[in-house]
Design a protein around this ligand. Structure first.
Ligand code: SF4
Length: 307
């Protein structure tokens, strides 16, 4: 059985684009249940064969303890990201096979952010830019019981909101955006989250990626929000090579079979987060290794299941 193990926060790869919503704070990919953003898991040497655990292990936030430290030459070399070269375009039959395998491993993929309403999801995604889902979930578990509607958050105000999200990066700007978007929802949409891309993108701090996440995850629209994980996986595998997130998004919408479009976003993001990691993709245990066109796969014993 193929794999999906958790890891630590993946480092940016040379092809990793800036988050689509990077211009303003509030944005990122959505998720429902808790877990963190990958943190490099212990890489076991494939003793014999491969089996893939579909259950992501708890991941924590990377510590910034050594953030400013100058790495030694040896450390720097060891930590260097894999050389990124896009794989050749996958053929339709391979794409069909790829998603069939991802679906077999995880029939009902979903976001790791916790939410119960479209508004809660919108706020969680807005808070998640450059933060872990675990960190966002910790904050919203305290915030949502107190305020989980546009009216309640607007009433809280920026200064009232800050203490709940102070553990999240960029919380000052995010607090301003969340309060402003809540007020705009009240002023223009009757306090409801609009099921409309243009209206979503007009909200403060909401960009294309955040809008796609809300449309896909809260409203079931067949959209794909291309984040750094999906960008990486799409390029490496040859599923949808593209030089920027928009090019990849458009290509994905063309090549992903309709049957898989609804859940493609979550399958790809989870695969990128836990298996096809930025620094050292777990190719030896990857369920789609034989289909993947990445020329620089991590060496190791091939997965007999996928072979
Ligand atoms: S074989 Fe390696 S590069 Fe290709 S999808 Fe799997 S983990 Fe990623």
């Amino acid at each position: 059985m193929p794999k999906t193990a958790p890891a630590k926060k993946p480092a940016k790869s040379s092809i990793a684009p800036k988050p689509a919503d990077a211009k303003a704070p509030a944005k990122t990919a959505a998720k429902k249940k808790s877990t963190g953003r990958a943190s490099t898991p212990a890489v076991k040497k494939p003793a014999k064969a491969v089996r893939v655990s579909s259950k992501p292990a708890p991941a924590g936030r990377a510590t910034a303890k050594t953030a400013g430290a100058k790495p030694s030459r040896r450390t720097a070399a060891a930590d260097a990201p894999v050389k990124e070269r896009s794989g050749a375009q996958m053929k339709p039959a391979q794409i069909e096979d790829m998603f069939a395998r991802l679906r077999a491993l995880n029939p009902a993929p979903t976001t790791e952010l916790e939410y119960t309403t479209p508004y809660e999801l919108l706020v969680a995604v807005a808070l998640s830019a450059q933060s872990t889902d675990v960190g966002v979930n910790k904050a919203t578990r305290k915030l949502f019981p107190v305020a989980n509607t546009p009216r309640q958050i607007a009433a809280l105000g920026v200064e009232g909101l800050k203490p709940y999200i102070a553990t999240i990066g960029l919380f000052n700007t995010k607090a301003a955006n969340v309060v402003a978007l809540s007020q705009q929802l009240l002023d223009r949409h009757g306090g409801e989250v609009p099921r409309d891309r243009a209206a979503l993108e007009a909200l403060p701090g909401v960009g294309r990626k955040t809008a796609n996440v809300v449309l896909n995850t809260a409203f079931g629209e067949p959209t794909i929000a291309v984040d750094t994980h999906i960008f990486r996986v799409s390029n490496r595998t040859g599923l949808a090579p593209g030089k920027d997130v928009l090019a990849v998004e458009h290509k994905l919408l063309k090549v992903v079979p309709d049957t898989y479009l609804q859940d493609a976003h979550h399958w790809l993001i989870l695969h990128g987060r836990y298996v096809c990691k930025a620094r050292k993709p777990d190719c030896p245990h990857c369920a789609i290794r034989d289909l993947c066109r990445f020329p620089d796969k991590t060496p190791g014993e091939p997965d007999p299941v996928a072979a």
